[in-house]
Design a protein around this ligand. Structure first.
Ligand SMILES: Cc1cc2nc3c(=O)[nH]c(=O)nc-3n(C[C@H](O)[C@H](O)[C@H](O)COP(=O)(O)OP(=O)(O)OC[C@H]3O[C@@H](n4cnc5c(N)ncnc54)[C@H](O)[C@@H]3O)c2cc1C
Length: 473
């Protein structure tokens, strides 16, 4: 055995002993590479992040998280934090490091007296919406029920009611956080206010949230669903959407998806696989006013089918339940836009006409409303003033096709990138320093770096869109 081999064997045997010790100190689960279930437990939503962690810890309580953080720091391992596992950058897993997987911490406790809800970080937004529905309440979250509370909240959280109530994180009242030194602190408008500001948009840079306290808003029934058009009408539809959606009544949030028609029962079978423009809507107000608010969208062209109707808010997630098959490969490129001009519409029409995979899509979202009314520095989410967001979402199942779909995405993105006016951190892959910085204004980034230096000076929590601790602090 060479000296290097001897050192490496010693390190491996020390790590294994430490992992054995860790297993005895955790109330939840510790899953090691040799364990049954390791291969399932190491999976995240996106199949290309096929990492092999040294250990997966599933905490049962905040104490387990403290133990895991102290252990990680002492052994110098990389640490990945996983809530719903949707990170497009693959930050929910890591090779040879430790994954803190919150899938056992799923408590949701609504307090009728205070009107607040305490949510553990392993919950998905689908689970939260179902738990709050009996009270006629919700926290506006994303379009997929499987996205995790941990990642979406710390990134900001752009949801179905973003125009009416702002971001998911705008409804956060407090969070209990395990810091890099193993201490547990509360961040709120009264305690550790700088940390409270930072975790609402600054991602997982500052610590691990073990409990979120939200004030949900009214959202029993909404008028929601989709108006589906033939893609021949794409230019008129996107133009009409862009002119109307950012100034529509706040109750109305609209997303346009250009995609291949899935084989769903409400579509004529001869349309399956053809290119469609699916205008997804959520009107969070009374159904009579919804009709007037939706009329400008309905008059843009003749729909193939219109399946907008009153529904309980959790039913909104049914639209995306089957959009992301298990084991899918995904590549996302996205940005905020200041304008949607005819040239952009032409680019979208041109590229969507030749989407490289039947599962891929392009999505346009519109903002304004309550999101844009809060001050720019209300939280660490920097882009409240942006009227639009575009997302190229390539999805495929066969890894042998990855080069084709990746090249298609890059080619399309080259046309869009010059128009980018910042990026939403939740949709960002590992796309380099410049893109990461464009998630934040200069002043927000500088403030995040200062707060990082206070709460995580050694950058233990670096597997995220990393804000390096500011040297000056
Ligand atoms: C299919 C799809 C649809 C999406 N739709 C929307 C949408 O409509 N609106 C929207 O806003 N976003 C949306 N997103 C983006 C999503 O919000 C972010 O990717 C988010 O980070 C995913 O959260 P997660 O908990 O599922 O992911 P994870 O991979 O589990 O976590 C992502 C990162 O969040 C941080 N994090 C997670 N849990 C904690 C915690 N407890 N404490 C501290 N940090 C934590 C960590 O840095 C972690 O690496 C979507 C993403 C996908 C893939």
């Amino acid at each position: 055995m060479s000296t290097e081999e001897t050192l490496s064997a010693t390190a491996t045997s020390e790590l294994n002993s430490a992992l054995d010790l860790l297993s005895t100190r955790i109330d939840g689960e510790v899953i090691l590479p040799a364990d049954d279930g390791y291969d399932t437990a190491r999976r995240v939503i996106e199949a290309s992040f096929d990492c092999r962690p040294a250990v997966i810890v599933r905490p049962a309580n905040a104490g387990d998280v403290v133990t895991a953080v102290n252990f990680t720091r002492e052994l110098g391992l990389e640490i990945a934090v996983r809530s719903g596992g949707h990170s497009p950058a693959g930050f929910g897993t890591v090779d040879n490091g430790i994954v803190i997987d919150f899938s056992l911490m799923k408590a949701i406790a609504f307090d009728e007296e205070t009107g607040t809800v305490r949510i553990e970080p392993g919950c998905t937004w689908g689970e939260v919406s179902a738990a709050l529905q009996p009270y006629g309440l919700a926290v506006s979250s994303g379009d997929f029920g499987s996205v995790g509370v941990g990642g979406l909240t710390t990134g900001g959280g752009i949801g179905w009611m973003v125009r009416k109530v702002g971001l998911a994180s705008d409804h956060l009242l407090a969070a209990d956080i395990v810091l890099a030194d193993g201490s547990v602190v509360r961040a709120s408008a009264e305690e550790n206010t700088d940390l409270f500001w930072a975790i609402r948009g600054g991602g997982g840079n500052f610590g691990i949230v073990v409990s979120f306290l939200f004030r949900p808003h009214a959202a029993g029934m909404v008028t929601g669903g989709a108006i589906i058009y033939d893609a021949n009408d794409l230019p008129a539809l996107v133009r009409g959407f862009a002119d109307y959606a950012p100034t529509a009544p706040d109750e109305l949030t609209v997303m346009v998806n250009v995609m291949h028609a899935p084989p769903l029962p409400f579509l004529p079978p001869e349309r399956y696989g053809s290119l469609i423009v699916l205008v997804a809507v959520c009107y969070a107000g009374d159904p009579v006013s919804a009709e007037a608010a939706l009329a400008p969208l309905r008059s843009l062209a003749t729909p193939i089918v219109d399946i907008v109707s009153p529904m309980p808010y959790p039913a909104m997630f049914a639209m995306t339940d089957h959009a992301l098959p298990e084991g899918a490969y995904i590549k996302i490129r996205s940005c905020f836009l200041d304008a949607v001009d005819d040239d952009l519409i032409g680019t979208v029409a041109d590229h969507t006409a030749r989407l490289s995979s039947p599962l891929s899509l392009v999505q346009l979202r519109a903002f304004g409303g309550e999101l844009s009314r809060k001050p720019a520095d209300f939280t660490a989410f920097s882009h409240r003033d942006k009227p639009y967001l575009i997302e190229i979402v390539s999805i495929w199942m066969n890894p042998a096709e990855s080069d084709v779909h990746s090249a298609f995405t890059d080619d399309f993105w080259r046309e869009i990138a010059p128009r980018a006016s910042g990026v939403y951190v939740g949709f960002l892959g590992e796309e380099g320093e410049e893109r990461k910085r464009s998630a934040y204004s200069d002043s927000t980034y500088a403030r995040l770096a200062e707060i990082k230096a206070v709460y995580d000076p050694e950058n233990l929590f670096r597997l995220n869109h990393n804000v390096e601790p500011s040297a000056g602090s």
